[in-house]
Design a protein around this ligand. Sequence first.
Ligand code: ATP
Length: 364
Amino acid sequence: MTIELSQLTKKFAALTAVDAIDLDVGEGEVLCLLGPSGCGKTTTLRMIAGLEWATSGDITLGGRRVNDLSARERNVAMSFQFYALYPSLTVAENLAYPLHAEGLSSSQIKAKVAETSRVLQLDPILERRPGQLAEGEKQRVAVGRSIIRDPNCFLFDEPLSRLDVQLREEMRGEIKEVLQGLHRPTVIVTHDQLEALTMADRISVMRDGRIEQVASPHEIFQQPANLFVAGFIGTPAMNLIPATLTGMDGETNATFALEGGQTIAITVDPAVARLKHGATVTLGIRPRNLDIVHEDVSDGLSSVIDIIEPMGAETLAHLNDGRHDLRVVTDWRTPLEEGDRVHVRFQPGAVHVFGSDQQAVRSA
Ligand code: ATP
């Protein structure tokens, strides 16, 4: 079973909420739709579920075009939360609940409950009520209730948003494990990047109804395709510095001039050599890929520590030289004083270069 979206579009009067997106979700794959509020995540999910008609494009489930089928005929499981269990029913009764509407016999229901319980290892708790369960167990029961009808795919809209921070952390890993074992495609909508980075096999980053990049969490973080993804993924956010390419020495040693007159010589992707001298670019460097040093260095910048924010094991320093704001994360032991002039070195190989079209300049 797979989900395929092809040129899928949704218009609400003059507003294009989802703009010709193409997306595949494989069997057993967990795909997260991630993006800022209003970018079209929920609308995409509702179109797959059959709760919203597509304006154009195709939705295919397991090779069958389902655009014209009702939500019920599509047999998808859509849930807004991972657990909303009936507190007065036992685990077994909670699992059986969705089956009553299907007109199954009691022996068929019993067999399905037993099978779901086996898959999710719920046998020891079948007779308990939700109030007697640990949070992780509740979660598994809720997943059980979604899968017991044997749906074609799972769709979740901000499933963890109502949980407290600690619980959310526990759930993320567990959910991924359970969903991967089900051999169905899963789409999860979230605006929380940590949630997406930990739960997804692949992340689709959306903006203004379009997909900016689809890739594994690792790739989205390490190789953002464009400036939007670079700035959106990662906390603290990537430093983005406007610069001009002023020289190349060999294939990968580039020199850039920054506003205000500083220059920096750094190792870059060989594709940067194809840019014209004088090209306007944006340099991207993550706060953890900058080191504060005390000597002046050619592969770094000089600036002044503006604000120091302790973050436990690490310290976030905001540097400002009057033109550029830089965020640097250091070990908490690094001695820093607000007002000190320091130098920051760019760790080799950690710089991203974005062209004037906002796309990453990178060899394939
Ligand atoms: P959020 O995280 O805030 O839910 P989202 O990425 O899920 O955002 P959508 O809910 O899909 O975004 O909305 C996409 C755009 O479509 C928004 O501009 C929204 O206002 C608009 N929209 C959504 N549903 C409707 C509707 N029924 N009628 C008109 N406009 C709508």
